[in-house]
Design a protein around this ligand. Sequence first.
Ligand SMILES: Cc1cc2nc3c(=O)[nH]c(=O)nc-3n(C[C@H](O)[C@H](O)[C@H](O)COP(=O)(O)O)c2cc1C
Length: 227
Amino acid sequence: MTHDGHIPYQMDHLDGEEVLQRAQSIFEHWSKRRSVRFFSDKEVSQEVIDHLIATAGTAPSGANKQPWTFCAVSDPHLKKQIRQAAEEEEKAFYSGRAPDTWLEDLATIGTDWEKPFLETAPWLIIVFKQVQDVQADGTVRKNYYVSESVGIACGLLIAAIHEAGLATLTHTPSPMNFLGEILGRPAHEKPFLLLPVGYVAEDATVPDIQRKDLDSIRSLYSPSKRH
Ligand SMILES: Cc1cc2nc3c(=O)[nH]c(=O)nc-3n(C[C@H](O)[C@H](O)[C@H](O)COP(=O)(O)O)c2cc1C
């Protein structure tokens, strides 16, 4: 099969038993991932962060537009500014802006307006989605499936962070336009997620919450099982 502009691509062909073993061990490993809100201030090198972001940049994207920018912040002054602005928004959120049902759902997780991890974690990665494709000469073109693409890239980033032995939190201060202002991002870039990255604090805790089991998230349509 030949297509103009294509190059050959091969993957190792594993047998079914090895694929099953890998699938099982991936699940066991990933079951241990948690969102962490208590970080150590132990240093993480820029080289590590660069590799993690490069991994996120391998994500698929609509029409290969790669509509993402990852801002890696370790400057303590900027982290402090981000924490202050985030806590201002969070205070308004927790003391009136959030609907009661949302606050009820958050009660089990135990979050509040205080976000010390925004200064403790050695790095903050702020992910921006590019709602338009603005080229170097100023030409503006469309981007496609931007949120889906950037969401997948963030999933890969979270995976890479976990695989590297570090921790993160998917943080979404609401609203988060202040991030574009503080970091001086252009208007076509909208803040998408904020991920503190670092080692887990020695005395860290996580909420005692449960994940849905396979039967409640998977609906099967195989020939042997009519639903
Ligand atoms: C899109 C998204 C936004 C989130 N926003 C926040 C947030 O702003 N603050 C926070 O503490 N956790 C936030 N979380 C983390 C969730 O609370 C967490 O993933 C969930 O409770 C499950 O816990 P686990 O990640 O440890 O499995 C967010 C998660 C997602 C996917």
